[in-house]
Design a protein around this ligand. Structure first.
Ligand code: PLP
Length: 345
């Protein structure tokens, strides 16, 4: 088999959702945008729904429509990008709840789908998405008279508990929402860890479900196994891969695996990264190619048929550090060429 295998442990995913839920006294939703950070929104969301999750967030109405077909009626599906031009049919037909981000979106929504539910996203300082305080003041009384399901905002620096920005945004969010009767949400994974003042009525974890920082106690969810195509011996002085960046100093055995940067394995991680045979690390040798990687298996006493890139000892955040990026980018870059296997759930 020349196809790499991405194994997603749905039991670990559910355990992570339950562990994050147990840290708060409020409801815990799940963020499944970008195909559940690359892991497959259909299977991930269905497993979480069976475990008791009643609310899901996606980035786009298209993602929400696809998710509704998987989940059926019942669970609430909320759309971060709100109600964009062209979204009306999906929002109405698939029973999506747009998080309205501006006066324009609010007008579009109430005119196109009078009486339909919605949420509101407020900007509390990140300057990315959501109504500013002045816009919200102008709309608040109208919005509160309708079927408003949630008022939310998003923290810019929640992965740094000491960052002053957290307290600034908390203060701004409260100033815009204290005394209103709608449920409120401020926290994603990072905010959950900041403590009860940040929890309000609902939290919205994404990365923590999938085993990433800043939820350090997360169980690993993903394993990525790459098939070995060929094994060769190299003599001292011989080189491996493009640009001759690695030269053997002693006799070595090199396995070539069938995956590369076209599959989301960033070239930059090469020099610091190993593939694993069980618990044994096998360093990458030479540059990562588009579809191939050279791996040093000299230390093994058998010839492996596959080697693992993502393992319990080398998770998404280790790879992210090795590549100079974040776990979110590692997960969402994992290519569509992998066969996905799901365990448990
Ligand atoms: C992506 C996102 C989340 C989830 O964030 P994590 O850091 O992955 O937990 C929550 N809320 C909003 C608005 C988001 O864009």
């Amino acid at each position: 088999m020349a196809c790499a295998t991405l194994t997603i442990d749905l039991d670990a995913l559910i355990a992570n959702w339950r562990a994050l839920d147990a840290m708060t006294a409020c409801e815990t939703a799940a963020v499944v945008k970008a195909d559940s950070y690359g892991l497959g929104a259909a299977r991930v969301a269905r497993a979480l729904a069976r475990a008791g999750c009643r609310r899901f967030f996606v980035a786009l109405a298209e993602e929400g429509a696809a998710l509704r077909a998987e989940l059926g009626p019942g669970p609430e599906i909320m759309v971060f990008s709100g109600h964009m031009a062209g979204d009306t049919d999906m929002i109405g037909d698939c029973d999506l709840v747009p998080m309205l981000n501006s006066i324009d979106q609010m007008l579009r929504h109430v005119e196109a789908l009078p009486g339909a539910p919605f949420g509101v996203q407020l900007d509390s300082g990140m300057n990315r998405l959501g109504m500013e305080a002045a816009e919200w003041t102008a709309l608040r009384d109208i919005a509160m008279g309708q079927d408003i399901r949630l008022i939310m905002s998003h923290l810019a620096c929640a992965d740094g508990p000491e960052h002053d920005m957290n307290r600034v945004q908390l203060r701004n969010f409260r100033a815009m929402t204290d005394g209103l009767s709608a449920p409120r949400s401020l926290s994603a994974t990072g905010g959950i860890l900041l403590g009860p003042a940040y929890h309000f009525d609902l939290t919205r974890p994404g990365i923590g479900l999938y085993g990433g920082r800043p939820f350090d106690e997360a169980q690993p969810v993903v394993n990525l196994s790459l098939p070995v195509i060929q094994v060769r011996d190299v003599e001292p002085g011989e080189t491996v891969g493009y640009g001759n960046t690695w030269t053997a100093e002693a006799p070595a055995r090199i396995a070539t695996v069938a995956a590369g940067y076209a599959d989301g394995i960033h070239r930059a991680m090469g020099p610091r990264t190993a593939l694993y045979h069980g618990a044994a690390p096998c360093p990458i040798r030479g540059r990562i190619s588009m579809d191939l990687i050279g791996v040093d298996i000299t230390a093994l006493d058998e010839e492996p048929t596959a080697l693992s890139l993502l393992t319990p000892q080398q998770g998404v955040d280790v790879l992210a550090d090795n590549a100079g990026t974040i776990g979110y980018e590692i997960l969402t870059s994992l290519g569509n060429r992998y066969t996905r296997h799901y365990r448990g759930g």
